[in-house]
Design a protein around this ligand. Structure first.
Ligand SMILES: N[C@@H](CCC(=O)N[C@@H](CS)C(=O)NCC(=O)O)C(=O)O
Length: 214
């Protein structure tokens, strides 16, 4: 099994899940900026040229949500199986994680990658911060009195693995106490810590990124 990975990217979802499942795998690391994700070799594994892809069972799978669903069903663990009342909730939260990740990606581009800084759009940064806040409020409400997204830890929590490192770089953690406590619980899990150790450094150099006009 080989995971195609970039530190701090959505592949951390799969890396964390592989550790939770105790599977053997190797990592191949790529770069966001050297053009290699558009090479024919990589596009053959992930046709949109996106990270992650997972080589497994004689094929490659792209899209982190598909990988999480495939792996958890293959192992018969960390997922509600057919007939389980929480199966729709599992799919909902997996997709919700990606909805939230799209705003985080937009904010990462504006705050970190886009140069020169004059190329940034303050209205778009504000819009995505407001849209991100709606998703953080939804998670904060959902996690009131709950330790995990479903009734027990599952692959849906791993889908938030990219988000929980990013979200409080752009929103104040104290405004979302249930979600922040969840982030602290998840990032203390031994499998998360092993994944963080193997997965390399996060791209963030600051704890918090203010909007340019404060
Ligand atoms: N929906 C996809 C999104 C994957 C994605 O956008 N990955 C980013 C890294 S977090 C990427 O590969 N970006 C490279 C690019 O856009 O060229 C998934 O969940 O796998």
């Amino acid at each position: 099994m080989r995971l195609h990975h970039i530190p701090g990217s959505r592949s951390v979802r799969v890396l964390w899940l592989l550790e939770e499942l105790g599977l053997e795998y190797e990592i191949r690391e790529w770069s966001l900026t050297d053009g290699s994700l558009r090479s024919p070799d990589y596009l053959a594994m992930s046709p949109a040229g996106r990270i992650p892809a997972l080589e497994i069972d004689g094929r490659s799978i792209f899209e982190s949500a598909a990988i999480v669903q495939y792996l958890t069903e293959r192992e018969g663990r960390l997922t509600p199986l057919p007939g389980d009342a929480e199966r729709a909730d599992f799919w909902e939260w997996i997709s919700f994680a990606e909805t939230q990740a799209n705003m985080l990606q937009a904010l990462n581009i504006h705050h970190i990658f886009l140069r020169p800084e004059s190329a940034r759009s303050l209205p778009l940064m504000k819009l995505d911060t407001r849209r991100l806040a709606v998703t953080a409020r939804a998670l904060d409400n959902h996690l009131a009195g709950a330790d995990t997204l479903l009734s027990e830890f599952s692959g849906a929590d791993c889908m938030l693995g990219f988000n929980i490192d990013a979200v409080f770089r752009f929103l104040p953690a104290q405004a979302y106490p249930n979600f922040a406590a969840y982030r602290d619980r998840m990032t203390a899990r031994p499998a998360y810590l092993r994944a963080a150790e193997k997965g390399g450094r996060s791209m963030y150099t600051r704890d918090f990124y203010e909007l340019p006009d404060g």
